[in-house]
Design a protein around this ligand. Structure first.
Ligand code: SME
Length: 152
């Protein structure tokens, strides 16, 4: 996967508009259609004491995720990437779509270093996300953090 090109495409989109609603919406569409073997790609936004569903592509998903729940909650709580080969072996995994078997979740931080959202990719293929995918997706996430306007 050419993550450098994907990141350039994101940066081109961000030059037109940085507000998180259109930017995260197009980021989800870019990821979902560029990466093979995904069944969900999108964002959960930090709102108070929970994560709330943000822009995504894929099937209808859970709306709220508590900090102590699931792979997304772990990425937020630990402020660290969660790359999971088999979600069924992950304690507290939330099965929004029964087709999901592997998952990667990357926290997005603001300029002060606070986690504002998480980027979540799901796949029906076990061990879908390699360390190379993680590296490429982190590069994409860093570009998103630089470009996104969380308010207004
Ligand atoms: N599986 C995630 C929940 C979000 S959905 O997969 C879209 C989790 O355990 O956090």
């Amino acid at each position: 996967m050419d993550y450098a090109l994907l990141t350039e495409q994101l940066e081109a989109l961000a030059r037109e508009e940085g507000w998180y609603v259109p930017l995260l919406s197009n980021a989800a569409a870019l990821l979902y259609h560029a990466l093979p073997d995904l069944n969900w790609a999108g964002f959960y936004l930090v709102r108070g004491e929970e994560l709330i569903l943000g822009p995504f592509q894929g099937k209808v998903a859970c709306i709220r995720i508590r900090r102590d729940r699931g792979v997304c909650g772990a990425a937020w709580r630990e402020n660290a990437v969660q790359r999971v080969d088999d979600v069924h072996a992950f304690p507290g995994h939330i099965a929004c779509d029964g087709a999901s078997n592997a998952e990667i979740v990357i926290p997005l931080r603001d300029a002060e270093g606070r986690v504002r959202a998480v980027m979540d990719l799901d796949s029906p293929v076990l061990s879908r996300f390699t360390p190379q995918d993680q590296q490429g997706l982190e590069r994409f996430a860093r570009a998103l953090e630089r470009a996104v306007a969380w308010d207004g």
